[in-house]
Ligand binder design. Sequence first.
Ligand code: SAM
Length: 250
Amino acid sequence: LIWPLPALFAWSLGWALFAIARLLDAPLIVAIGVGAAAVAALGVVGGRFGATFGSTPWRRVFIALGFPLSLAASGLASGMPAWGWLLPLGLLALVYPISAWRDAPLFPTPSGALRGIAKLAPLKAKARVLDAGCGLGNGLRELHDEYPDADLHGLEWSWPLRIACALMCRYATVRRADIWGADWSGFDMVYVFQRPESMPRAAEKAMSEMRPGAWLASLEFDVKGLAPTQVLECADGRRAWLYRIAQQAR
Ligand SMILES: C[S@@+](CC[C@H](N)C(=O)[O-])C[C@H]1O[C@@H](n2cnc3c(N)ncnc32)[C@H](O)[C@@H]1O
């Protein structure tokens, strides 16, 4: 869908659900919650389908905010208590806990981005692979395509994302945990798609915990000052930086 059609579609859905809930005599706050939750879900889950919905984080923010803002402007929500407007913020904080923003908010690995990684970073059969900060599981899906017999794991700080990811990636073990507090020593590969600022910490953790021969793979963001063992040129022009632990100074 060409932008802003996804936003118009999402807002119309929010309004339609709001109107239906009100026709069914639902309390105002419930009607708003239903509309806002549907729009937010479209913005978040829609990211899983690439460019169809909210192809950038800012577009997803526009999608999520459009319905409550237009409702406030319409005056139809004037009966709602002031605290009710905190509801969307509460939902947002649940999906995107502030601590997760420090590393990276949800931004999924694009479809096909990791194609070819298994050739550059081959793993033994049943290798243990972790997506650290797995979001909705897009990275796990790409890893599953490349390493079909791998023992896949995902860690995610946001409860709703962790639940959605576990439902969508049945082939992986998904837990709610802080990637920095988790033990990486048992993994043959740790995949991250975080932020440039998180990379020194990820490299330090990988090198102090992971065994020689294991891999740290990072989509888009490299570790400054550390030569990658391999570089994957992704189909969309990004790069994935592959660091083999044995080759780095430990
Ligand atoms: C850019 S997204 C990448 C999602 C997924 N790895 C993918 O590639 O599709 C980063 C994810 O890491 C999660 N995250 C950020 N910091 C985290 C932390 N300290 N512990 C666990 N998850 C974290 C965020 O909630 C978000 O879902």
